[in-house]
Design a protein around this ligand. Structure first.
Ligand code: ATP
Length: 360
């Protein structure tokens, strides 16, 4: 996301080597992150990696033990700590936290404390239109579907025009089908409002599909931040590769411009940035399910055998244990291609360069 001049858009919110500890436990460890004007950035990671703690520090609900947080260049942490209600930051909570006894319009108007009656009425109408709930303005939350409640929560947080909007696991309270619909809708609403937003999730598909940038977190730190297709296709660590989708690894030593693995011999130029300077190093090559196909073969000379078959809806993924004991995943269109235990050869379909990591 660069503008016409090629410059990065301004950072709205900056976290600079932020630390948060609970007793002896470090929840967030020296984390630095810039949230840029107008983007939707998603913090993605497994349970306990520190996403919520980071979001709560952005909101001012937790105070960092070290490091600095700046909003539009102004320090809002440490001695200059700004209370949540005085920060220009909106929050959409996981359970939406609507006021049950107020109507949709009253819920949206709630944060507009400084506006007079006419301004409030105008702004509420604007937001009802933005989220498509004009005809539901006088209903109470219990008369709304989950998706509609979420849109009200979003409208209420957007009403005071915050500098930045924080969304805590915004889709986790919705059923699976609605979740997919609402992802698209929420992204469209945020884009139309032009707001800068940060969301938190442990769902990689959600993160990849709605975000301008994804920050992949692990153990209180950011492992990689970038556009969804960059983090998926060029994962900088084994953790990022595995967290974003199924990832098989085959290892071998680089010598004479080649890496010999249980799957096949790779030419070094098939492996992204693997140059002579790594000569002699053992590397793990990343192979994803759509890179590989299994093919039936005779037992003795087979690359490996089928150990598991996984139904994913649009396709099937066969898990193949190679002779080396390594596990790789092969994507197929048909469920009945192979039986469990069947010996197979594994073909490389990828015509792109593959990622690799130094062997541990
Ligand atoms: P989840 O997806 O499960 O919500 P998360 O990535 O949001 O996880 P955090 O809630 O930020 O993770 O927690 C990070 C670490 O800090 C965890 O190990 C957690 O146990 C710990 N932690 C979080 N809040 C507190 C607290 N109030 N007191 C003590 N420890 C806490």
């Amino acid at each position: 996301t660069t503008d016409e001049t090629g410059a990065e858009p301004d950072a709205v919110l900056e976290l600079d080597t932020v630390v948060k500890e609970y007793g002896h436990e470090t929840a967030v460890e020296s984390l630095s992150l810039d949230v840029r004007e107008g983007e939707l950035l998603t913090m993605l990671g497994p349970s306990g990696c520190g996403k919520t703690t980071t979001l709560r520090m952005m909101a001012g609900l937790e105070r960092p033990d070290d490091g600095e947080i700046r909003l539009r260049g102004e320090r809002i942490s440490g001695d200059e700590f700004v209370e949540p209600e005085n920060r220009d930051v909106g929050i959409v909570f996981q359970d939406f936290a609507l006021f049950p006894h107020l109507t949709v319009a009253e819920n949206i108007a709630f944060g507009l404390t400084e506006a007079d009656e006419m301004e409030t009425e105008e702004r509420v109408s604007e937001l009802l239109e933005l989220v498509g709930l004009e005809s539901h303005r006088d209903r109470t939350p219990d008369q709304l579907s989950g998706g509609q409640q979420q849109r009200v929560a979003l409208a209420r947080s957007l009403a005071p025009e915050p500098e930045i909007l924080l969304l805590d696991e915004p889709f986790s309270n919705l059923d699976v089908k609605l979740r997919v619909e609402m992802r698209e809708e929420v992204r469209a609403i945020l884009k139309e409002a032009g707001v800068t937003a940060v969301s938190v999730t442990h769902d990689q598909e959600e993160a990849l599909s709605i975000s301008d940038r994804v920050a992949v977190m692990n153990g209180g730190q950011i492992e990689q931040v970038g556009r969804p297709e960059m983090v998926f296709e060029h994962p900088e660590s084994r953790f990022v590769a595995s967290f974003l989708g199924q990832a098989g690894f085959v290892s071998g030593r680089l010598g004479d411009g080649r890496v010999d693995t249980a799957l096949r011999t790779f030419d070094a130029d098939q492996l992204e940035g693997l140059t002579e300077e790594y000569d002699g190093a053992v590397v793990d090559v990343l192979v994803r399910p759509d890179d590989l196909r299994a093919r039936a073969t005779e037992g003795d000379a087979a690359d490996g055998h089928i150990v598991h078959r996984q139904y994913t809806g649009p396709s099937f993924v066969y898990h193949v244990e190679l002779g080396s004991g390594e596990l790789v995943y092969c994507q197929h269109n048909h469920v009945k291609d192979f039986e469990i235990g069947q010996p197979v050869d594994v073909e490389l379909m990828a015509d792109h360069t593959l990622a690799w990591y130094p062997s541990e």
